[in-house]
Ligand binder design. Structure first.
Ligand code: ZN
Length: 513
């Protein structure tokens, strides 16, 4: 078995199946174009889903692709595993060959074996396979190549695949494993594929879609049964490059080197933070390139979380200024030959990352220390009252509290938090019924109305037109504002008002009808 570069693995794979009359199809966007049930493209089959389930005319009956995938939100998210695991990713590339009503189990298995043993030169003795326990047809085909004791039956959880969203094609699957040898494993007698230890690495999953799952859960026969396979490029690269984890392959080394260069920390001593940053930056670059912009919901929120988590890991490496944007070029250089859109979007990718990083670092600069000081004495969970204090007294937004809690391995009692929140709302309702008397301190200008610009911007430069006081609190009136007032059951926005001479903490925003 020779060391093989990831670039060559991609090429060999596409070429191998092209020679078996497969059409090479370009990776589709990370944003699924016709599947509202799916946040991101999470497998090679997503762009072909309709070819199995409906009567659409087929442009080809065999296809092969290298698909960009993101699993960072929704039910298949691997986000929490990143850092500790050397084999999971949010963004990854999936090599896949597909049949739409064309070949089925026999050819799929024979070709997979041929590719692995003859093209990749993986030794037969390192191979194990699993199959769905009721799919004896698959077992029989494997017995031509693999000793029976290395063909393992697994249940529905592991070897029945799909659907990718809530409905659509699904069916039994068979997985191919690489055996790193007994000494890498748990050494238990019943250690075999499916075991939690590090001995076996699943690197290729061959799915046989033969059912079409309905909204009510029924499994109907697929109009066109077929084959849908997925091989993680990062994992097969790790095997062929004979390295310890996916992060030690040529897909990650240049990114890790760059982080070492800008941080002056070493990967060996800071594996978790380096893995989070190098994993997330790939997802960040590809998501922005496919048109996602950081926001507070849906895909934009997933992107925002990736940037925030990578930034937090950067802070652990003493990277207090924006740095992720500098890594985007490395990712683009590594991938631009395969994904040509990256070069065209280079500037916008860098700009979006920089702006989001800068904003996050501003938000986090005070919050992180306060959070840490307050929660360090708490054990595993942070009680609702403390969370409320972080939110109410220190003005740390809820999603940031959540992010910091994850970072410091603490759980949060949100139910209790809601009770404190409700209590505060009642108090402020009672207060506004009583009416408060404001003492004017400065009125430089009378205005009829403050212009609200919060739908477009969260930072804005406004003109201070009057100041009032009451009970040691100050009330400032501006000509325009991004702060949303208490209205329609929603509480007023909080934040900061500052210029180079003063800084005000905004505790509440009220409207004077
Ligand atoms: Zn084991």
């Amino acid at each position: 078995m020779k060391n093989m570069e990831s670039k060559r693995i991609r090429e060999e794979y596409l070429k191998f199946f092209e020679n078996k009359e497969h059409k090479i199809v370009k990776s589709s966007s990370l944003i699924p174009f016709d599947d509202p049930t799916l946040l991101f493209t999470n497998a090679g089959m997503v762009q072909f889903k309709k070819f199995w389930a409906t009567d659409v005319p087929l442009p080809y009956t065999r296809a092969v692709s290298c698909q960009k995938c993101l699993r960072a939100g929704g039910k298949d998210s691997d986000l929490e595993k990143i850092g500790d695991s050397g084999k999971h990713h949010t963004f990854f590339e999936m090599l896949g060959n597909f049949s739409f009503g064309d070949y089925f189990k026999k050819e799929a298995i024979e070709w997979a074996y041929e590719f692995v043993v003859e093209k990749l030169k993986i030794k037969e003795e390192n191979l194990w396979v699993s199959y769905y326990k009721e799919d004896l047809e698959t077992k029989k085909i494997w017995m031509k190549f693999i000793p029976e004791k290395k063909i393992i039956p697994l249940g529905e959880k592991d070897n029945f695949w799909g659907p990718a969203g809530d409905t659509g094609p699904c069916g039994p699957c068979t997985e191919i494993y690489f055996d790193f040898g007994e000494e890498k494993g748990c050494k238990k007698e019943d250690c075999k594929p499916g075991c939690d230890c590090e001995r076996f690495l699943e690197f290729w999953n061959l799915v046989f879609p033969q059912y079409d799952k309905q909204k009510d859960g029924r499994l109907l026969p697929l109009k066109r049964r077929g084959v849908d396979t997925g091989m993680g490029l990062e994992r097969i690269s790790r095997i062929l490059q004979k390295v310890e984890t996916n992060y030690d392959t040529d897909l990650f080394i240049p990114i890790i080197k760059k982080i070492e260069e800008i941080s002056n920390f070493s990967y060996e001593e800071n594996k978790k933070n380096f893995r989070i940053i190098s994993d997330h930056i790939r997802g960040i670059v590809f998501a922005i390139s496919d048109g996602v912009i950081p926001s507070n919901e849906g895909r934009g929120y997933v992107l925002r979380r990736l940037i925030r988590r990578a930034s937090l890991s950067g802070l652990d490496l003493n990277l207090k200024e924006p740095f992720l944007y500098k890594l985007s070029n490395i990712v683009i250089d590594l991938m631009k030959d395969v994904y040509t859109e990256l070069s065209q979007n280079k500037e916008i990718i860098e700009k979006v990352i920089y702006e989001e990083e800068e904003r996050f670092l501003y938000l986090i600069s005070s919050s992180r220390k306060i959070f840490f000081d307050i929660v360090k004495k708490e054990k595993e969970a942070i009680d609702g009252e403390t969370v409320f204090k972080l939110y109410d007294t220190y003005g740390i937004p809820k999603d940031l509290i959540e992010e910091l809690a994850l970072k410091f391995n603490k759980k949060i009692d949100w139910n209790q938090f809601e009770i404190f929140m409700e209590r505060q709302k009642e108090m402020s309702r009672a207060k506004s019924k009583m009416g408060i008397k404001l003492n004017p301190i400065l009125i430089s200008e009378k205005i009829l109305e403050t212009e609200f610009v919060g739908y477009e911007k969260i930072f804005v430069i406004g003109k201070l037109v009057s100041i009032y006081s009451c009970d040691n609190l100050y009330y400032l009136v501006f000509d325009k504002t991004p702060f949303y007032p208490e209205k329609g059951g929603q509480i007023g926005d909080r934040g900061i008002i500052s210029n180079d001479k003063f800084k005000f903490k905004v505790l509440d925003t009220q409207i004077d009808e």
